[in-house]
Write a protein that binds this ligand. Structure first.
Ligand SMILES: Cc1cc2nc3c(=O)[nH]c(=O)nc-3n(C[C@H](O)[C@H](O)[C@H](O)COP(=O)(O)OP(=O)(O)OC[C@H]3O[C@@H](n4cnc5c(N)ncnc54)[C@H](O)[C@@H]3O)c2cc1C
Length: 419
């Protein structure tokens, strides 16, 4: 680009070095677009959260250039099923390796890699491509020049450890700062339409040999109104994410005290504490919420800052990564003079539409399925499970069904003026 045809903007500031902020920073840095991430914590988040990234997120890992490292170090999740709570017999399930391991030359099966390791990898890659990431930098305020002003600026107010609050400017500020996003609150206050489930879940990372001892699948959902749980492999050496339902309204200490009783009651083999090893445990509330807009002028929102869903089915950051890929395409369009700023309005519109029509209904149904009041009759009432059953002998149907989740993606490059 020459001085006669300067770049239309100079810098993107991202608030939050979680998975969405780091993936956006990586895509931008790799494209030589100056980017800086501000993170309030001193280090990357270590809580047990996402571990499974669904088919729609895989194309983003491919273009971020990290898919080979992920595939080499993590796991591919191929088999998934729903099980009866007493007999643990399979109600319905599938093997994605039959239909997703080679889709036009790409392996689109869900990838599994604990979030902390994924974040670590992306942080290293962001720095490799010249992106900046600053820890201990809490954003305490966000603002911008008048909406739409040409050449206008956005800014954040940053509080550094032991320092004064300082203003830092950029052309765009992207809120990737999670569920309690200050960027979202600066735009909409406490407005985050949707609801919080009247349910409690506890997420653990636990060593227990579900496959070796019981022949279980990579991911297993046990259907029960109270003792529902998920056991999904997250490492090669038998660490599983066990996420289970609990009585709402207890304290963290009470949940931790009840955990051995819950495991003995629910898990196959009814194990005592010396038969497994818990590495992390954390209670979570679940929400279905979506911000009114993902763009106001030069301020944008992505992933959990923009929308929340329950984690059953792993649509949270999968949807967040798809947001980030779309926002990257929009920013590249502007950077390369192939699109005007109005493409950012389209980003907001289309990503909200996808949340409303795909992520919100499917994730709600996923939780209703696993916590069904009558597990024995769920199959008869569940069209998706019935289709999976048919898919056991019909690869075309199974492929269509599993690739149906790609509907959450949207190609913003179709709106470039020059393609
Ligand atoms: C138990 C559980 C299991 C899950 N499993 C899955 C799964 O398998 N697959 C899936 O797709 N999703 C899953 N999810 C959801 C997934 O973890 C989240 O969607 C994801 O972590 C959101 O990423 P994010 O980058 O938007 O926000 P976050 O991960 O919340 O990161 C936000 C970052 O911003 C920083 N920050 C916040 N405020 C500020 C500020 N003011 N200034 C600077 N920095 C700030 C935070 O410190 C943090 O580092 C799960 C969630 C839970 C709870």
């Amino acid at each position: 680009m020459t001085d006669d045809n300067p770049r239309p903007f100079k810098k993107v500031l991202i608030v939050g070095a979680g998975p969405s902020g780091l993936l956006l920073a990586l895509l931008l840095a790799k494209h030589s677009i100056p980017v800086k991430v501000l993170e309030s914590a001193s280090q990357l988040d270590q809580q047990p959260r996402a571990a499974h990234y669904g088919t729609p997120a895989i194309p983003e890992f491919i273009r971020a250039g990290i898919i080979d490292q992920l595939r080499a170090n993590g796991l591919i999740l191929s088999t998934m099923c729903w099980r009866d709570p007493d007999s643990h017999e399979i109600i319905a399930g599938f093997d994605a390796s039959k239909v997703l391991s080679d889709v036009d030359g790409q392996d689109l099966r869900t990838h599994c890699y604990v979030l902390q390791d994924l974040d670590e990898l992306m942080l290293k890659e962001v720095k490799k491509y010249g992106g900046e990431v600053e820890f201990d930098a809490e954003v305490v305020g966000v603002g911008q020049d008048e909406d739409g002003e040409v050449g206008g600026r956005a800014w954040v107010e940053v509080k550094r450890k032991g320092g004064e609050v300082e203003r830092e400017e950029a052309d765009y500020v992207v809120g990737c700062d999670g569920a309690n996003s200050i960027v979202r609150r600066s735009l909409f206050g406490d407005q985050f339409p949707g609801f919080t489930w009247d349910a409690q879940i506890i997420a653990t990372n636990t060593f227990y040999d579900f496959e070796g001892k019981f022949g279980w699948h990579d991911a297993n959902f046990i259907v029960h109104p109270e003792n529902f749980f998920m056991a999904a492999r997250i490492t090669k050496d038998n660490m599983y994410r066990i996420t289970y339902g609990e009585t709402p309204g207890l304290t963290r200490e009470e949940y931790i005290a009840r955990q051995p009783m819950k495991f003995q009651q629910m898990l196959p083999g009814h194990p005592k504490p010396d038969e497994y090893k818990i590495v992390n445990i954390s209670p979570y509330k679940m929400h279905q919420r979506c911000a009114p807009k993902f763009r106001v002028g030069r301020i944008l929102l992505a992933a959990d800052a923009a929308h929340l869903c329950n984690p059953w089915g792993g649509l949270g950051i999968t949807g967040g990564f798809v947001d980030v890929g779309g926002l990257f395409d929009c920013l590249v369009g502007i950077w390369e003079n192939k699109a005007g700023e109005d493409i950012l309005e389209l980003y907001s519109e289309k990503r909200i539409e996808k949340w409303q029509t795909v992520i919100n209904p499917i994730s709600q149904e996923n939780f209703r399925r696993v916590s069904d009041k009558d597990p024995r009759t769920r199959f008869e009432r569940d069209e998706f499970m019935q289709l999976l059953k048919k898919g056991e002998t019909d690869d075309v149907l199974l492929k269509d069904l599993l690739l149906g989740f790609m509907e959450v993606r949207y190609d913003f490059t179709q709106h470039y003026k020059v393609r």
